[in-house]
Design a protein around this ligand. Structure first.
Ligand code: NDP
Length: 282
């Protein structure tokens, strides 16, 4: 029998998860199909209850439900609880457990791209959901220090206060977004986690131009979590400086791969998932 999996979001038409997960089912021969569930916020509780009744075998959760879904589940992993966000639902009989594969997915993608996380000096731009996942992912993979620079300083300070308790030995610090030259000079990994570089963002070029990337050591690595466009203004500027760059598709692929592994207990066919994603982005 073919099991049904899906993604709950609102809107959800843009989601790349179906193309990746259906490629994974095809490549492994696991009998599954993955669909979109367009769920408005006021129907989320109904939708989660409905998953059990409909026999859905596993699910992803995307915006705007990643936080609200926590209260609707039977169990939530400590990592997802620490992040305050769930992106993967794993079924055990009639019980649902919430996981978060964004943070480990980013870590896997950076390691695959050649970044060193152990002992890293990380600087994260932004203080939204993606930045939260980046903080936790980097802290849990041995970063020595993670600094957070947000255009609204209080957002960075709040993130530090909320996440330091789960960051272990990693030191979290807020950082002035208007004075990045000093901090960048001893950064080994720069993570662009704002939406400023998204396709069509009016200030995408100005955002990159204002970053003093020349201050980064030549050995530093730069990643942009935004994957549309693939080569963001920040990645272009970093490439021009000869720095190692890693685009945002790796995080997307690996968060999906980790979800596939949680649902099926099988290693995910990462190459097939990446090829399918890239094909859909051309
Ligand atoms: P949020 O809306 O939660 O946060 C966006 C952050 O960007 C906020 O801190 C916001 O600041 C900041 N920001 C927006 N515009 C600017 C600007 N011009 N200058 C400085 N800061 C700015 O979004 P997410 O954190 O969920 O996502 C951020 C990006 O990461 C998205 O574009 C998304 O596509 C990408 N992403 C990629 C993933 C992947 O798998 N590769 C996974 C998740 C996200 P303020 O609060 O002041 O507005």
């Amino acid at each position: 029998m073919t099991d049904t999996y899906g993604i709950l979001g609102w809107p959800v038409e843009h989601s790349r998860s179906p193309v990746m997960q259906n490629a994974a089912f095809r490549a492994t021969g696991v009998p599954g199909q993955y669909v979109r569930f367009a769920v408005p916020p006021e129907r989320l509780a109904d939708a989660v209850r409905g998953l059990t009744a409909l026999g859905v075998a596993g699910a992803n959760v995307t915006l705007p439900h990643k936080e609200a879904v926590l209260a609707l589940l039977d169990d939530v992993t400590p990592e997802a609880r620490a992040l305050g966000a769930v992106n993967t639902l794993v079924r055990d009989g009639d019980r649902w457990c919430g996981h978060n594969t964004d943070a480990p997915g980013l870590a896997r993608s950076l390691i695959e791209g050649g970044a060193t996380l152990d002992g890293a000096e990380v600087l994260i731009l932004g203080a939204g959901g993606a930045a939260r996942a980046a903080v936790v992912g980097m802290a849990q993979h041995g970063a020595r220090r993670v600094r957070i620079a947000a255009r609204r300083g209080e957002q960075a300070r709040t993130l530090v206060a909320q996440l330091q308790p789960v960051a272990g030995a990693c030191v979290l610090e807020p950082c002035d977004a208007n004075a990045l030259q000093g901090p960048l000079s001893d950064t080994s990994l720069l993570v662009q986690a704002t939406s400023a570089t998204l396709e069509g963002a009016p200030d995408a070029q100005a955002f990159a131009d204002n970053l003093p990337l020349h201050a980064l050591p030549q050995s530093a690595c730069v990643t942009d979590l935004v994957y549309s466009p693939l080569r963001t203004t920040v990645l272009q500027a970093a490439e021009e400086r000869g720095l190692r760059t890693i685009d945002g598709t790796g995080m997307l692929v690996h968060q999906g791969a980790l979800a596939f592994e949680l649902w099926t207990g099988q290693p995910a066919p990462v190459t097939a998932m990446r090829d399918a994603l890239w094909g859909s982005l051309q």
